[in-house]
Design a protein around this ligand. Structure first.
Ligand code: F6R
Length: 235
């Protein structure tokens, strides 16, 4: 793991954005794995401000809530349109369908899609409980794209986007740990004290399914970009 610690969250976002921009430059085709949540929002603004050319880039998102159609204001599909795709045209963009009539079939379709196009670089955030995408603690290391029950702590952490906790979906479709590990390169960004414990385990614990992000220690090309607060529990 290559670990970079910036002074501020904005500096961390800038470092991660610059790395992504460098990787996209000069490529005829690129597959970029994207995340939702608060962490990438600043980076997506940089894509917009820079008018970054993504016309050669195919994007694949990590996850989507089950039960929310793409046009639902809290769906990850909608989030991506609002935060990025409406302003920065991509060649193609893929997000799992949260309203698929058969979610299991949708996971198989999405896994096959991700495998067939192959992710060049996957951007990740990390949950306070150490999840990556929606691979919650206890997820099998060889998990492919699957349907997952969201933990109460994850639903609680995400309720800020909803009117009440009851509206936060209980299930999601998520790329699995194995799907993520198949990306050629991974960039994980974490900022703020809330992430410090999960970051400490990701970097310093013996790999364990209790802290899913520890699996990244086994990936050959991971860059972790932190601010000082997120790095505060690391030795
Ligand atoms: C989002 C995702 C999640 C988030 C994580 C951190 O697509 O897969 O794993 O990256 O929950 O969320 P924020 O950035 O809101 O703290």
């Amino acid at each position: 793991m290559n670990i970079l610690v910036a002074n501020t969250p904005q500096d961390a976002e800038q470092i991660a954005y610059t790395l992504i921009k460098e990787r996209l430059a000069g490529k005829r085709e690129f597959v970029l794995g994207l995340a939702t949540g608060s962490t990438p929002v600043g980076m997506y603004k940089m894509f917009k401000q820079d008018r970054l050319d993504c016309s050669h880039v195919t994007s694949v998102n990590l996850d989507e809530y089950i039960g929310l159609a793409p046009d639902h204001p809290q769906s990850y599909h909608h989030f991506m349109e609002e935060k990025l795709f409406d302003d920065v045209p991509f060649k193609e963009s893929h997000v799992p369908r949260g309203d698929a009539p058969d979610p299991e079939q949708e996971t198989a379709r999405y896994e096959a899609l991700v495998r067939s196009i192959g992710v060049d670089l996957q951007l990740l955030g990390i949950g306070e409980n150490g999840h990556i995408a929606f691979n919650e603690p206890g997820t099998a290391l060889d998990a492919k794209t699957h349907v997952t029950e969201l933990t109460e702590s994850t639903r609680e952490a995400n309720r800020r986007f909803f009117d009440s906790i009851d509206e936060v979906p209980t299930q999601a479709i998520t790329m699995g740990l194995d799907t993520i590990m198949n990306a050629r390169e991974i960039v994980l960004v974490a900022t703020g004290t809330r992430k410090a414990e999960a970051v400490h385990h990701m970097i310093e614990s013996v790999p364990t399914i209790e802290w899913p992000a520890t699996i990244l220690q086994a990936h050959p090309s991971v860059t972790v970009v932190l601010d000082k607060e997120a790095a505060s529990r690391c030795a």
